[in-house]
Design a protein around this ligand. Structure first.
Ligand SMILES: NC(=O)c1ccc[n+]([C@@H]2O[C@H](COP(=O)([O-])OP(=O)(O)OC[C@H]3O[C@@H](n4cnc5c(N)ncnc54)[C@H](O)[C@@H]3O)[C@@H](O)[C@H]2O)c1
Length: 346
């Protein structure tokens, strides 16, 4: 299959690109190369005859039309987005532009491409979204695909809007789409402004490890390579017009996640132990959702998918990857905003 992946130079997109090429798919990576992109993420496939790169913005309709016509993909996997909640609090405009207008522009380009090709049933647009569209849970319960949307941050509101557009293009124009909403990802190539890499890198540097509020927020952690595997499965076998929730079956409070990372580092970098002495509670994120949890019944029952690693195993691999890839993360630490507290509304 030939897949056009948007946002394939980012964290999750690059995991999809690497896995798709490894499985013999041809991949066209369309990416605007924003601050969150890192070309080293796809260096391992850059020379493959199965890989092509297009530097373009999903808001640029002419570029999308040209790229779709030139490469004639069998499917589109849409991951390009502004993705950091804290940045959405400081500057929501870019999130509306890329996540809403960009998704609309991509849908229109895909619709026109699909119509010109004779509306083939086999064509697919797979829209990748987040569990944050469902809002915040209390101590119990889990998000199913039927849970009403209740986004609470500019980021999640923009992703919710994009999900609605994708469904509308299916219902109104018959565009063959499939959607997925996943929980928090972590793993190799995770951009150093997100929680897991912040903890690892601050611990290694002997700097305070910031934990928002009391660290009570619960997330369901999904190893990025498991997620990429699930995404390719949803693309190939998911039912048209349907959405699939993808979770890691690994719920943890932030404070426990941070302590686990510290314990792994105590083992592998005993010179800095105990790393948990660096944990510092800081002012909470405004509107910080308390808990997300995924009910994975649909993807398990319909597609037979389950995550392959526990949180502990995934974190062991992630910590080791960061220890082994210092030049990768050092190069990103000078990017605008990295290492600075964002999203406080102060
Ligand atoms: N990271 C998570 O835990 C998580 C969880 C759930 C859902 N998601 C969703 O998965 C997708 C990928 O997330 P990620 O963490 O890999 O994001 P990321 O921020 O690491 O990467 C986003 C990529 O999109 C590109 N991009 C941004 N704006 C663009 C534009 N206008 N045109 C073309 N390319 C553009 C960037 O250059 C970057 O390469 C997003 O849609 C995100 O909402 C992420």
């Amino acid at each position: 299959m030939k897949i056009l992946v948007t946002g394939g130079t980012g964290f999750i997109g690059s995991a999809v690109v690497r896995l798709a090429v490894a499985r013999g798919h041809a991949v066209v990576n369309l990416d605007a190369l924003t601050y969150a992109a890192c070309e080293a993420n796809v260096a391992s496939v850059a020379e493959s005859p199965l890989y092509a790169f297009e530097h373009a913005d999903i808001r640029d309709r002419a570029a999308l039309d040209r790229i779709l016509a030139a490469h004639a993909p069998d499917a589109v996997m849409h991951l390009a987005a502004e993705s950091h909640v804290d940045r959405s609090i400081d500057g929501p405009g870019a999130f509306i532009e890329t996540n809403v207008t960009g998704t609309y522009t991509l849908l229109e380009a895909a619709r026109s491409y699909w119509t010109r090709a004779g509306r083939p049933d086999a064509f697919r647009v797979h829209h990748v979204s987040t569990d944050e569209v469902f809002g915040s849970l209390g101590a119990t319960g889990a998000f199913a695909e039927t849970t009403p949307y209740e986004p609470r941050s500019p980021y999640s509101a923009s992703k919710a809007a994009s999900d609605h557009l994708v469904r509308a293009w299916h219902e109104t124009y018959g565009l063959p789409v499939v959607l997925s909403n996943c929980s928090n990802n972590y793993g190799p190539f995770h951009f150093p402004e997100k929680l897991v890499p912040v903890v690892i890198l601050n611990a290694l540097a002997g700097r305070p490890i910031p934990v928002y509020g009391a660290g009570e927020n619960v997330r369901d952690w999904l190893y990025v390579e498991d997620h990429a595997d699930a995404l390719l499965l949803v693309l190939e076998r998911g039912r048209t017009g349907r959405s699939y929730n993808i979770g890691g079956e690994n719920e943890a409070r932030n404070i426990d996640l941070v302590r686990t990372i510290c314990a792994i580092l105590d083992d592998r970098r005993p010179g800095g132990a105990p790393h948990d002495r660096l944990i510092t509670l800081v002012e909470d994120r405004p509107g910080h959702d308390l808990r997300y949890a995924i009910d994975p019944s649909r993807i398990r029952a319909e597609l037979g998918w389950r995550p392959s690693v526990t949180l502990r195993e995934g974190l062991e691999r992630t910590v080791q990857w960061f220890l082994d890839n210092e030049p990768w993360w050092r190069a990103l630490q000078s990017r605008e905003g990295v290492g600075r507290r964002l999203g406080t509304t102060a």
